[in-house]
Design a protein around this ligand. Structure first.
Ligand code: NAP
Length: 443
């Protein structure tokens, strides 16, 4: 399979892509990735802030700003009015709002319906058989994928593409996902003997089972095919925890180690408590660089249009809708085969911050005393999870390229500190998210 970055769609006019939440952590990275992908794409970014700083931050990256509040339905027409006259070919949805995920979700769906309905050439051509044009052949029962049927496709679907963002936490953490950190030659699985003797990575077929605080996202995101499949070729993506740039939840690593280093300097030799179900930090702490994640969105969109172009060129009478179609499918975006462990990261951070490794004390979560846990969200350090992304790699040729978190920890630390210093959107959103998770509390 050719690398996704080498694929291009048939050269006509550039396609238009609208990214919602274009000043957010993922949204901004995705918007910049589409700009980098070159002349195939004209990139529009929806933000709710009309501040000149927010607008010029997008403009500087060659992203055309579209201003409007998704949660204000009376503003939706004004958003449509700012879109290019020929409408958008791709919408990437990356916003989420806490604590009212559901209220915001319904507003997102309403806006996305209006965007598709306003597209001049929308739904001009037909998909026949296997349930018709209304997306009804898509099943979300297992939560994840459409039924594999043979569908006669006369020509392009004519629908715009929607890539909707959820996250791998939809599958839940799995304490059986432990790794040995003692092997320098590679990662060795050390399954916890109980209750699952053989840990398997979560795939798109894994039943969904998330934390109570994330349940609205888990449930509603998997319904996106039903909600919008009639108007969009719809894709659901689930990224793993991300790192790089302003850091998102991985910033916790830097905050906790920076506090530990400062405490050591002023108060002597403090112990740094790290929750660990293995008691040794052998848990997987899977992460992916945000820019690699963003490239996956581009790869999926490119794959969709490459197939669409091929259909049109060859006037295929019959197309097998098996693996290879991105529409109607869910895709994990992770770092399969390059997983890190808590202890591997801890050791790299000890070196980076000059904190003696002997000061680290791994404590089983059930043994943590009140006020002893310095980790704000419990969604990174104490989140053992192994997520497979083989489907994304097979279908699009995408692969992750950035150094692992522990491999370039100084680079990522400096990027985070620069974002913090600048106090930009990425930093503010990460802080807000962390506070929200803390306030919502229960697991
Ligand atoms: N970060 C990760 O590691 C990660 C991993 C997997 C999945 N995810 C998922 O990816 C999605 C995006 O996450 P993120 O990390 O990019 O979050 P983020 O940095 O907080 O960005 C969220 C975006 O949503 C916008 N937004 C929030 N509430 C809104 C509202 N009521 N109306 C309109 N816009 C609103 C924000 O705009 P303002 O700037 O105006 O607030 C921001 O642009 C979320 O669904 C998240 O669960 C994230």
């Amino acid at each position: 399979m050719a690398s996704s970055t080498t694929k291009t769609t048939t050269k006509t006019t550039p396609k238009t892509v609208l990214i919602t939440g274009a000043n957010g952590y993922i949204g901004n990275a995705v918007a910049r990735a589409f700009v980098r992908a070159g002349s195939d794409w004209l990139v529009y970014g929806l933000i709710r802030s009309a501040s000149s700083r927010a607008i010029s931050a997008l403009a500087a990256e060659e992203i055309t700003p579209i201003i409007g509040a998704i949660d204000d339905r009376s503003a939706h027409e004004a958003i449509i009015a700012q879109l290019p006259p020929r409408g958008v070919d791709v919408v990437i949805s990356t916003t989420e709002s806490w604590p009212d995920y559901e209220g915001h979700y319904h507003n997102v769906v309403a806006l996305l319906r209006l965007i598709a309905e306003s597209k001049p050439s929308s739904l001009t051509s037909l998909t026949t058989g296997g349930g018709g044009t209304d997306g009804s052949r898509i099943q979300v029962g297992g939560g994840n994928t459409k039924t594999k049927t043979k569908t006669k496709t006369k020509t392009k679907t004519g629908k715009p593409l929607l890539i909707f963002t959820s996250g791998c936490k939809d599958y839940g953490a799995d304490p059986t996902h432990l790794l040995s950190s003692s092997s320098s030659s590679g990662i060795i699985l050390h399954p916890h003997p109980h209750p699952h003797p053989h840990p398997h990575p979560h795939t798109e077929e894994t039943p969904l089972s998330s934390l109570s605080i994330l349940r609205p996202r888990t449930q509603l995101s998997s319904q996106i095919f039903d909600r919008l499949g009639d108007l969009y070729a719809t894709v659901l993506v689930r990224p793993i925890n991300l790192y790089g740039r302003s850091g998102s939840f991985f910033r916790e690593w830097f905050d906790v180690f920076s506090a530990a280093a400062a405490a050591a300097a002023t108060e002597g030799r403090q112990v740094l408590v790290v929750p660990s179900r293995s008691g040794e930090g052998r848990e997987i702490c899977q992460g992916l660089h945000v820019d690699d994640c963003a490239e996956a969105y581009v790869a999926l969109a490119t794959e969709h249009f490459v197939r669409d172009d091929k259909r049109e060129r060859e006037q295929e009478e019959e197309v097998e809708e098996g693996e290879g179609d991105v529409a109607g499918e869910a895709f994990n975006i992770s770092s399969q085969g390059r997983e890190e462990t808590v202890d591997g990261i801890v050791r790299a951070l000890c070196e980076e911050y000059g904190v003696g490794y002997e000061r680290v004390r791994y404590v089983k979560p059930e043994d943590l005393k009140d006020g002893e846990n310095p980790w704000p969200s419990q969604l990174v350090v104490d989140w053992p999870q192994l997520v497979g992304d083989g489907k994304l790699r097979r279908v699009t040729g995408w692969r992750d390229r950035r150094p692992l978190f522990k491999e370039a920890i100084g680079v990522y630390r400096r990027a985070y500190e620069a974002a913090k210093e600048e106090g930009g959107k990425g930093w503010e959103n990460a802080k807000k998210a962390e506070e929200t998770v803390k306030a919502l509390g229960d697991r």
